[in-house]
Design a protein around this ligand. Structure first.
Ligand code: CP
Length: 336
């Protein structure tokens, strides 16, 4: 493994091996494994979990990290041939080689622009970064992917002993005041399909996940024996569900059109996950969310704090999953 950009770059055995390493590091700390190694973290967008879990994970492995974030550093340009007359004072063509001369591995977060779906699906920032970065590169959330979230969530499902083959997983759109990116829903639907689960995307009209994202998930399901479907029928989606994973995302039928998005999402302001959503589900159906989450908007507080909720161990597992990634990318004792 030379980079960690997309779970789709790994086969199931490599993912299983990373998950075993994550669990091994959770149970048996290796406080010197990455002694003397340095992780550079570049945040072009805000974070709580990703920032803290990468720094904590690197420290637990004996390494060090530094953080570059928009607001405290120069805004970065990634496009080639564009006169830099705007906010961006530095180009990634200089910034990334400079940072790579200080660090052994670099993680980058660069959200979707949210203007055109085609541009965001083409991952322009990470395409440019992967050509420039001379050290291993980690995707800490790109325009349409969040593989660190997906790997941590896979570990959470394993910890909960939710079956891969045949386990019933529902990814539901939820109410939110803003048009959020597609990175988490895209990564999560792909992860659950890759895990061999029976996956249903529950979403209202206008919020269907784009066909390339659904096609990728169907392809993963075909390889793993899983299934991927979609519906706007909550009762049908939730029948027998073992996991409800809630997440909001922007309107896809008018992607990048803020007025149409707002008008459409206003119709679905009642898509706040509540206990009654779980009536058709398995009795012990779990609730998952990547966080941050808006209470009484995305989910009712009693569900978020109730016995179904696994959001805290889910966030904790980000750290162990990422420690496994760092260990695999950097440890001299591990084959690459
Ligand atoms: N889930 C997640 O990536 O959280 P942050 O945006 O806080 O990093």
């Amino acid at each position: 493994m030379n980079n960690f950009l997309d779970l789709a770059d790994l086969d199931r055995n490599e993912i299983r091996s990373l998950l075993a390493l994550a669990t091994g590091l959770e149970r048996s700390p290796q406080p010197q494994a990455l002694a003397g190694r340095v992780l550079g973290l570049v945040f072009m967008n805000p974070s709580l979990r990703t920032l803290a879990s990468f720094q904590a994970g690197m420290a637990r492995l004996g390494g060090n990290s530094f953080v570059i974030s928009t607001g405290s550093s120069w805004q970065l340009e990634y496009r080639d041939g564009v006169p830099m007359t705007g906010e961006a004072a530095e180009h990634i063509r200089e910034a990334i080689p400079v940072l790579a001369s200080y660090a052994d591995v670099i993680g980058v977060r660069a959200f979707a622009k949210g203007q055109t779906l085609e541009e965001d699906l083409s991952e322009p920032v990470f395409r440019a970064l992967s050509e420039l970065c001379p050290v291993p590169l980690i995707n800490m959330e790109s325009a349409t992917n969040h593989p660190c979230q997906a790997l941590g969530d896979w570990k959470t499902l394993d910890d909960l002993e939710v079956p891969g083959a045949g386990g019933k997983f529902v990814l539901s759109w939820a109410n939110h005041p803003k048009a959020l990116p597609l990175a988490v829903p895209s990564a999560v639907v792909h992860m659950a399909a890759l895990r061999g689960m029976d996956v249903t995307v529950l979403r209202p009209e206008g919020f269907a996940l784009p066909e390339p994202i659904m096609a990728r998930a169907r392809e993963a399901a075909a390889a793993s024996g899983g299934r991927v479907g979609e519906t706007d029928d909550r009762q049908a989606a939730m029948a027998g569900a073992q996991v409800l994973y809630a997440k909001s995302w922007g309107c896809t039928s008018a992607y990048g059109d803020a007025d149409q998005d707002a008008a459409l999402r206003a119709r679905y302001a009642d898509w706040t996950v509540a206990e009654d959503w779980f009536r058709p589900a398995a009795a012990d159906c779990y609730f998952m969310h990547c966080l941050p989450v808006r209470r009484e908007v995305v989910v009712a507080g009693d569900v978020l704090e109730g016995p179904r909720s696994r959001v805290i161990p889910q966030a904790r597992n980000r750290m162990f999953a990422q420690m496994a990634v760092l260990h695999r990318l950097l440890s001299r004792s591990n084959p690459t």
